[in-house]
Design a protein around this ligand. Structure first.
Ligand code: NAD
Length: 484
């Protein structure tokens, strides 16, 4: 299979003919040769997006919204094919990939609605009226990671296109397959050529060229914190608008008065769904010492029964990790947990009966202390750490004892404490007595090393537009008469 860039409505190889190979996570054998973009390809894509900008951005919001709704229709019509591609390329369990495809369609519908209901502010004072106008920012560069790639691409594409921007998407190099379904979807939905462009390639080449391109005023990036730091530094001389959705090491705090059955279900789903390759994974379970022994044994017992296997089998609960390099990295954390003295309660290695492929059994470490690397660093795989706490203050202290601050989950039946702890935990998004269920209108993003800026609902449209204010005198404004 060959995958090419998509520029100005045409599939095209790299200007210099460069390619790279992608493998699937079950066999780790190459399945496709992909165009490896460089500065010349990014230049072509930005030129196409720049040319298409005036036509797309001038359309009435209602017309753009109709195109977005048709994109959603086209995604829904291909939902099974999208989920199958995603499962094949990423190793995500197919049942969960289906959910992600449905969510991608919903993203387009949601931002179609948002853009037609968008209103601007006006400010009236006795002598003056100020009103806000909003203009699409221009060409948006979208750089996405390999976990849930199709859904995350839609999460950026939908608001950017709704806002009237044209886009250049740089998908993650390990998982380019589902993005390659987008050109047909966009064409069938009637999106004009040049509005949507893809440049495939390696981050340090294609991604870096997009970051420093002078005609790309907005960059939305989702990926690792260290990559975000590199991108911010590279973008600084160009003064771009940046949205940074970065890594996480989110705590799930379980108090003694919690509904334990629900808390256990939610904690397991929160860290082991999507293979644990999930930015908002509740990868640190902090538990009241009074329930700690029982909780550890329940988590261990359930984790031991989680079905790991072929991602395309609907019975599978954890599939194959995306790439041998990532698999090795996750295994090195499992080793670090053992070396640092954490107590292995479940998993810890390749499950029986799966001699090949990037498979790891659901892994639970107990008695993890805040000085251990497995407590502090993002593992991004099916590995969870469990740590006991004594009292609310220590629970909050432990929750905040990492550099990340993306999500937090709190389980308690004490309403006042739930709110108190939610306010004290340093995280961009907190759920009380729930796993990660998100209303698309709400702000999404992290604090500390988990990101800068917010996406979601109006926040996304703010990012992809430029607001300007027009001040109008309603009478004779007093003007001091210099030199009169
Ligand atoms: P990554 O940072 O390695 O890569 C992400 C993207 O950036 C890829 O497309 C890559 O090619 C590109 N890239 C790499 N170097 C670049 C450079 N110098 N300039 C421009 N682009 C460059 O991340 P990943 O391993 O693909 O994804 C996993 C990470 O993403 C985890 O840390 C996870 O927490 C994070 N993530 C965050 C969120 C969120 O919303 N906060 C969501 C999903 C994933």
């Amino acid at each position: 299979m060959k995958l090419e860039h998509y520029i100005g409505g045409t599939h095209t190889p790299s200007a210099d003919g460069a390619t790279f190979e992608v493998t699937d996570p079950v066999t780790n054998r190459p399945y496709a040769t992909v165009a490896a973009g460089g500065a010349a390809d990014v230049d072509r894509a930005v030129a196409a997006a720049t040319e298409a900008f005036a036509g797309w951005s001038d359309l009435p919001a209602r017309v753009r919204a109709a195109v977005l709704n048709r994109i959603a229709d086209c995604i829904e019509a291909r939902a099974d094919a999208i989920a199958e591609s995603e499962t094949f390329d990423t190793g995500l369990p197919v049942t969960q990939a289906r959910g992600q495809a449905a969510r991608a369609a919903e993203n387009f519908r949601f931002f179609a609605d948002m853009t037609v209901t968008l209103h601007e502010d006006a400010f009236r004072s006795p002598g003056q009226l100020g009103y806000v106008i909003r203009r699409p920012a221009g060409v948006a560069g979208l750089i996405t990671p390999w976990n849930t790639p199709f859904m995350l691409e839609s999460w950026k594409l939908a608001p950017a296109l709704a806002a009237g921007c044209t886009v250049v998407l740089k998908p993650a190099e390990w998982t380019p397959l589902s993005a390659s379904l987008l050109p047909e979807i966009m064409t069938e939905a009637g999106l004009p050529d040049g509005v949507f462009n893809i440049v495939h390639g390696i981050g340090e080449q294609a991604g870096a060229a997009l970051v420093t391109h002078p005609a790309v005023p907005r960059l939305s990036f989702t990926g690792e914190t260290s990559t975000g730091q590199t991108i911010m530094a590279a973008a600084a001389p160009h003064l771009k608008g940046l949205s940074m959705e970065l890594g996480g090491k989110s705590p799930c705090l379980i108090f003694a008065d919690a509904d334990l059955d629900r808390a256990v279900d939610s904690a397991l789903f929160g860290v082991f769904s999507l293979n644990g390759e999930r930015c908002t994974a509740g990868s640190r379970i902090l538990a009241d010492r009074r329930i700690y022994p029982e909780l550890v044994s329940r988590l261990g017992e359930r984790a031991g029964r989680i079905r790991v296997g072929d991602p395309s089998d609907p019975a599978t609960e954890i599939g194959a990790l995306v790439h041998p390099e990532h698999y090795a990295r996750v295994l090195s954390y499992v080793q670090a947990g053992r070396d640092e003295g954490a107590r292995l309660v479940a998993g810890g290695g390749r499950p029986d009966g799966l001699p090949a492929g990037n498979y790891l059994a659901a892994t639970v470490f107990a008695d993890v202390t805040p000085d251990m690397r497995v407590f502090r660093e993002e593992i991004f795989g099916p590995v969870v750490c469990v740590t006991p706490f004594d009292g609310e203050a220590e629970a909050v202290e432990l929750a905040n004892a990492t550099r990340y601050g993306l999500a937090a989950y709190i389980w308690t039946s004490d309403l006042a404490r739930a709110h108190r702890v939610a306010h004290a935990v340093e995280s961009g998004m907190t759920w009380i007595n729930s796993h990660n269920v998100r209303d698309l209108r709400t702000p999404f993003g992290g604090v500390k090393a988990s990101g800068l800026g917010r996406e979601g609902g109006a926040h996304s449209l703010d990012f992809y537009t430029e607001t300007r204010i027009v001040h109008v005198a309603l009478g004779d404004t007093h003007v001091p008469r210099l030199g009169a």
